[in-house]
Design a protein. Structure first.
Length: 677
């Protein structure tokens, strides 16, 4: 990027970030997530670093907070409420530590104080003669908004300081300092947030996007009675007044003894290695908390050293926010390509400039279908917000159209399959475009991937790379061909030694008698997932009976419905698929007949959800066992779920189950229930 291009990008970024900041902080109506905004700021910061002469005083990297609303009286802060610089990696953290040492030799010798970074609203509290007098928001860092009446409704904020001998001793100060200035964070617990949104939903009112937005809106209510109904919470994190404290750790002890709520997870750490461990632990366990955190805050523990290090720009040098891997980030769309799935669905995929999201480098994101492309208004060359939830392929959440240059290109869905050149059809009432050529190599390839996969036939050693080699060599055209493979066929392929070839053939041949439900799922019938395959196996007991079922019979099966019934009926009445089943039969593939036993009623009517890692048994095997015993497995926690099985490092499903009062089983309790040996 040359200087002219950098300047154009800088101006657009500055304008857009300022707009987003205003909407988020001043209007409480964010247009994009704070993480996505951070990503844009990081890009701006990097550009200013590369072209320092382009940096201007009005840059969002040089300011703090947002303009105070006119609704509230303005309050001048005793000291500026500064914002923290961010670091995003271990390398960034080490560079920050080295910088402190260069500025002041021995700066980090006294260790650090590590705190959870609450995703809430920063506040300042002023106490006169022990009584709470004024509470304000950060505002622009110098002047905030007087929200005293609203903060008085927050139980975690004491109306009177609880002076005690312990507090006086910790502060090395007298019993009654005339003025005490405290800073902290107001937030809303997840449990309360979900309760409040449920109430709004019942009234058909618009729900809030996240707890931070609701907390920010709540403290700015003109009527404190409304704020009181929101049940906000607060943690104190800084004692601005000099009460003789020597360390940041002491500040927290004084605050706790004064009656403020301080976060029990915050602690002293000796060095940056311990900082990294603290950060990694909480990134893994953040979902176990009943409030949102987006990172940790690291502060030089020694107060004297902290003060000597001073301020750079609008941030203290001795403190930094170490952010978690973002769930969202911004990047550019380099191209849009098409992926063809096993049912012939054409899925548009955005090819992205690589970006780190959730600890993973992302270079592709699904655009789902033509309707989604239209809804987003996405073009090749756009800057986009990308999000990643769990292990699924990332999504494009928003297009930042204000950053367009005019060089972006519109994308059109193809009229012919990009793999086989066959016709593409969009069925009325559906969003997907499909290749209707049953002999399309992409469809066949994806179908074999699915057939041999872990959740279907689970043929050990036969993954996508092996399947690609077999197809490219012309050794297989469809799934039944796998069973005709001989050791000699594999020895002619790259990377296949005799032992590997022997084991692969043995694995395939040992897979000829799968459970009926696994075989039905492996066939890749449209709309038929694991649960539906199990229901079909339980109803018919054999492939032959299922193949001969009428459309009416299929439609009457509970949880099936007309669309799925039609899909199953059409699949078994297709000449192509009938030939496929004949090939399986000739190859000796004979699924086990499904027989209902007494044991299969043990968990009848019970629904299970699994979260976290299991150690004695795989999650797939555990889910299969539940189905074998007549139970159901769900991927979502709701009031219809009977049990949540929580393994190692459970996710948000665990917290949701607790809130809904659902019975939670640990791995041992679950194994006892199913009598696993």
């Amino acid at each position: 990027m040359n200087k002219k291009e950098a300047q154009e990008r800088l101006e657009k970024l500055k304008s857009l970030i300022s707009k987003y900041r205003y909407h988020r902080l001043s209007l409480d109506k964010p247009l994009i997530s704070e993480e996505a905004e951070d990503s844009l700021k990081k890009e701006l910061f990097d550009l200013e670093k590369a072209f320092p002469d382009l940096m201007t005083p009005d840059s969002p990297t040089q300011r703090v907070g947002g303009e105070p609303l006119e609704k509230f009286k303005k309050v001048e802060h005793s000291k500026p409420m500064l914002s923290l610089n961010d670091v995003f990696s271990k390398g960034d953290l080490e560079e920050w530590g080295e910088r402190q040492e260069r500025l002041l030799k021995g700066a980090t010798k006294g260790g650090f104080y590590a705190e959870l970074k609450i995703d809430g609203l920063a506040i300042e509290l002023i106490y006169k003669n022990g009584f709470f007098e004024t509470g304000s928001t950060r505002g622009d860092g110098l002047i905030g908004e007087d929200i005293t009446s609203n903060l008085k409704t927050v139980e975690a904020i004491p109306l009177k300081i609880a002076y005690s001998a312990e507090a006086a001793s910790a502060a090395k100060a007298g019993q009654n300092p005339k003025e005490v200035v405290v800073r902290g964070e107001v937030f809303m617990a997840r449990r309360e947030f979900e309760r409040f949104n449920r109430e709004l939903k019942k009234k058909d009112q618009k729900i809030y996007a996240n707890p931070r937005n609701l907390a920010a809106g709540s403290v700015r209510q003109l009527d404190p009675k409304i704020t009181a109904l929101r049940k906000l919470n607060s943690f104190a994190y800084s004692l601005v007044s000099d009460l003789g404290q020597k360390t940041h750790e002491e500040e927290h002890l004084i605050l706790k003894n004064f009656g403020f709520q301080v976060n029990p997870h915050n602690r002293f750490v000796k060095n940056l290695d311990e900082v990294q461990k603290f950060r990694d632990h909480w990134e893994k366990n953040r979902e176990k908390l009943d409030y949102e955190i987006d990172g940790i805050v690291i502060t030089i523990n020694d107060e004297d050293v902290f003060e000597k290090l001073g301020v750079v720009g609008k941030s203290p040098r001795g403190s930094v926010a170490y952010k978690f891997s973002p769930k969202e980030s911004t990047t550019k769309v380099k191209d849009i390509t098409i992926s063809v799935g096993r049912t012939g669905t054409l899925t548009p995929i955005a090819i992205l400039e690589p970006v780190g999201i959730g600890g993973v480098t992302v270079s592709r994101a699904t655009l789902h279908n033509e309707d989604e492309i239209g809804r987003l208004g996405i073009k090749i060359g756009d800057t986009v917000v990308v999000g990643r939830a769990g292990d699924v392929i990332p999504d494009v959440i928003k297009v930042l159209k204000d950053l367009r240059t005019g060089k972006e290109k519109k994308f059109h869905m193809p009229k012919h399959c990009p793999v086989c050149g066959g016709p593409v059809k969009r069925i009325e009432g559906e969003a997907a475009h499909r290749c209707i050529n049953k002999n399309c190599p992409a469809i066949k390839r994806e179908a074999i991937y699915h057939f041999a996969g872990k959740n279907t036939m689970d043929i050990e050693g036969v993954g996508p790379k092996i399947i690609d080699s077999l197809m490219d060599a012309g050794l297989i055209k469809n799934a039944p061909d796998l069973y005709a493979l001989k050791k000699e066929d594999l020895l002619n392929l790259p990377r296949f030694a005799e032992k590997l070839a022997e084991n692969t053939v043995k694995s395939i041949q040992g897979n000829k008698n799968p459970p009926l439900d696994k075989f039905i799922f492996a066939l890749g019938i449209r709309h038929v997932g694991e649960e539906t395959a199990f229901d079909l196996a339980k109803k018919f007991g054999s492939t032959q009976k299922l193949a001969g079922a009428s459309l009416e019979t299929l439609s009457k099966i509970p949880n099936i419905g007309e669309v799925v019934a039609k899909s199953v009926y059409d699949w078994f009445h297709s000449k192509y698929n009938q030939n496929l089943l004949d090939k399986f039969k000739k190859a000796g593939v004979k699924p086990k007949e499904f027989k209902i036993t007494k044991a299969m009623t043990k968990l009848a009517g019970k629904t299970f959800v699994f979260t976290g890692g299991l150690e004695t048994i795989t999650r797939e095997a555990a889910q299969d066992k539940v189905r074998e015993l007549g139970g159901d497995v769900s991927s979502d926690v709701s009031e219809n779920v009977d049990y949540v099985v929580a393994g190692k490092e459970p996710g948000s499903k665990y917290e949701k189950a607790k809130k809904l009062g659902i019975k939670i089983l640990n791995e041992e309790e679950f194994l006892v229930m199913i009598k696993y040996e």
